[in-house]
Design a protein around this ligand. Structure first.
Ligand SMILES: [Zn+2]
Length: 432
């Protein structure tokens, strides 16, 4: 159409088009925001600081300084936030947005009876609840039979179609053939597996490469699973197999993370060079020492077992803790004593989305200080994700994903539940 117009008309049209485009972007870009809380927690573990204000613009933190010293750009919106603490938006490194609590529908029935459409629709609701709870980034560790739906959800979030945290996805978990599936069916039936199976090294290599092709940000492998003759967790892959999977994932710029709850599964995963070990229930002092030596981060997921024990009839504070819960408490202590880096990841999906903070409350109950728990969910988790730089910190240049809560969570972790305002990429996405 433009080709048939005289050059002068063409130039005018182009100029008016560019004008319209720039006024459109001026309308859609949020104004700079000055946030004035009572105190700032920067996520590094440094004590909360009073009298600081935070200026954000174009999705980033541009100044952190005493309020009086900040020159405000024209059009800055000032948010007075008395009684509050500002901290980095929280990060949960172990979620399943395509699952919902097992006391609503058992896992087997979710993966076998709820279709991809229903599961994806549920996930959009889960994501919005998560953001409203102050979690601005999730690492989602496996769709559990929902194919590549996480890749699609990530695209819908990035395009602003749905509300939710920044999403880093693993697509399907990779499991050893025969180790992982809905249980209780006659052996002659073929049951959907709810993960991607690999039975040998070539299949494992193909699975990793296929997931990369389909859009996974990272690779998740089950280093062990409850497939022992007595139902105990036993190693699934050999160290050599895990090492090959790590090498392929890393060569593409992606980390590989391992589910492991047995000491031997954890040991093999650590030797193979995985980035994080998920769960780690059976970790011994030796295995935790190896993790520390190899810089493998532990994502303890204490809330999952705690929730499952309750689905089995236990009420916290009512009667002795179940063996599994007591053992988890002891293993977190052992990991702390060994100096293993702990990062926050809850296995949410086992319990309700939007209740992610439960993990942090339990970590404090199990021996972390509130500040250590906050660091695990901010700068430590941000370092695990690597991108974008400075994710999980209140620092000049960091992404302006911020949480403002009433009270002081470094004194009482439960203050994280008193969400006041959530800011994502410099925009208020939840107002008081
Ligand atoms: Zn999980």
């Amino acid at each position: 159409m433009f080709g048939r117009l005289p050059p002068h008309t063409m130039r005018l049209l182009l100029a008016s088009f560019l004008c319209a485009a720039s006024s459109l972007s001026a309308q859609s870009a949020p104004p700079p925001l000055l946030l004035v809380p009572d105190r700032v927690l920067d996520g590094t573990g440094a004590p909360a600081q009073a009298n600081l204000a935070v200026l954000v613009d174009s999705g980033r933190i541009i100044v952190v300084a005493p309020r009086g010293s900040i020159r405000l750009p024209a059009g800055t919106r000032v948010l007075e936030l008395p009684g509050t603490t500002l901290l980095p938006g929280l990060i949960d490194l172990h979620s399943h947005v395509l699952l919902h609590p097992y006391n609503e529908v058992p896992w087997e029935d979710q993966v076998l009876r709820e279709g991809l459409g229903e599961r994806t629709a549920r996930a959009t609701v889960h994501l919005a609840r998560t953001l409203d709870a102050g979690f601005t980034t999730l690492r989602d560790l496996g769709t559990e039979g929902a194919a590549s739906a996480d890749v699609g959800l990530r695209a819908a979030l990035e395009k602003g179609v749905i509300r939710g945290p920044r999403l880093v996805v693993a697509e399907q978990a990779i499991v050893m053939r025969g180790s992982y599936a809905p249980r209780g069916f006659a052996p002659e039936h073929r049951i959907p597996i709810a993960a991607e199976e690999a039975g040998n090294l070539p299949e494992l290599v193909a699975a990793v490469r296929g997931q990369i092709a389909r859009g996974a940000d990272l690779i998740k492998v089950y280093a062990d699973y409850r497939w022992g003759p007595d139902g105990s967790a036993q190693p699934a892959f050999t160290v050599e197999e895990l090492r090959a999977a790590v090498e392929i994932a890393n060569s593409s710029g992606r980390p590989l993370v391992a589910h492991a709850s047995s000491a031997e599964g954890m040991r093999r995963a650590a030797l193979a060079g995985v980035q994080t070990i998920e769960h780690g229930d059976g970790g011994t002092a030796e295995v935790f020492a190896l993790m520390r030596e190899r810089n493998v981060t532990l994502v303890p997921t204490v809330a999952a077992g705690h929730a499952i024990a309750q689905y089995g009839g236990w009420r916290p504070g009512n009667g002795p803790e179940p063996t599994r819960v007591r053992a988890k408490r002891a293993s977190v202590q052992l990991a702390l004593e060994a100096g293993v880096q702990l990062a926050n990841g809850s296995d949410v999906g086992v319990f309700a989305h939007g209740d992610n903070v439960r993990e942090l409350e339990l970590l404090v109950d199990y021996g972390l200080t509130p500040m250590q728990a906050i660091v695990a969910a901010t700068t430590t988790a941000g370092r695990v994700l690597q991108r974008p730089a400075d994710l999980g910190a209140v620092r000049v240049g960091a992404p302006a994903d911020l949480l403002i809560v009433r009270g002081d969570p470094s004194a009482d972790i439960r203050a994280l539940r008193a969400v006041h305002t959530v800011i994502q990429r410099g925009t208020v996405v939840r107002a008081p």
